[in-house]
Design a protein around this ligand. Sequence first.
Ligand code: ADP
Ligand code: X2W
Length: 263
Amino acid sequence: MKREVINIIKIGGKTIDHEEKLDRFLNSFSRVPGQKILIHGGGILANQIGEKMGVVTKFHEGRRITNAETLELVTMVYGGLINKKIVAKLQSQNVNAIGLSGADANLLTAEKRVVKTIDYGFAGDIQKVNNDLLQNLLSQNLTPVICPITHDGKGQLLNTNGDTIAMTIACALQSQFEVNLWLCFDKKGVLLDIKDEESIIPQLNPSTYAELLSKSLIHEGMKPKLENAFRALESGVSKIRIGSADDIDLAIANEKTGTLICA
Ligand SMILES: Nc1ncnc2c1ncn2[C@@H]1O[C@H](COP(=O)(O)OP(=O)(O)O)[C@@H](O)[C@H]1O
Ligand SMILES: CC(=O)N[C@@H](CCC(=O)OP(=O)(O)O)C(=O)O
């Protein structure tokens, strides 16, 4: 039986931070046909508001080290300001969006990350996705808009990378849907030379990815993005692309755009 297509799209901080870019993207998103889910980050705005509040956070390999104060900041910024702003903008485009964190209706249960080498603080690794909830919302024509805050089921909120949330939801839904996962960011794709915006790599497979890593051509936020993209591929997600939020129209129209992640 042919499975229904679902588009799972993630946008990052540099789109959210730019009002015009965000509006342009949401306009395109509102035209994406069929079932869809939007996952957003917001790292840049969290940094900016944090600076005003005197909360400065550190990163390790593209992931935020989240102490108690930072957790309060990101909960307010991701779960409050950004999530509600996006939902309101989508409502104005006649998309019946519903804003959620991982704690809402137990959408995403996570465990505090424990690694020997570094203390990430209140960073969460996702354990479980509430598939039934997502299916339920989608069947009522609601469009989930998910922020990068999860919970441990014992009252503790956790901060989880937005790309990781998109990947995990894509993997969880791929047994029921034909999943298209789009990780959108500020460049037109994964670049061979970060200084050359046109040096887009059209396709990446595990061996070309390993080569880029060995040549140190993947830095900062691109690391978790690609780690997540390849994990989705291993789990059988059918189509994964990394590209610009400006090109989502092209991507949905099946035009070749950005970087395709393939086996
Ligand atoms: N090879 C690469 N190709 C493209 N971008 C890269 C590459 N290596 C590092 N980057 C950086 O990764 C950034 C994307 O990560 P990030 O800022 O975390 O995105 P987002 O917030 O949208 O998830 C790009 O803006 C770029 O500065
Ligand atoms: C643990 C962790 O790193 N969480 C991320 C969540 C936000 C995010 O993913 O934002 P972008 O998509 O804009 O980068 C953070 O706080 O930066």
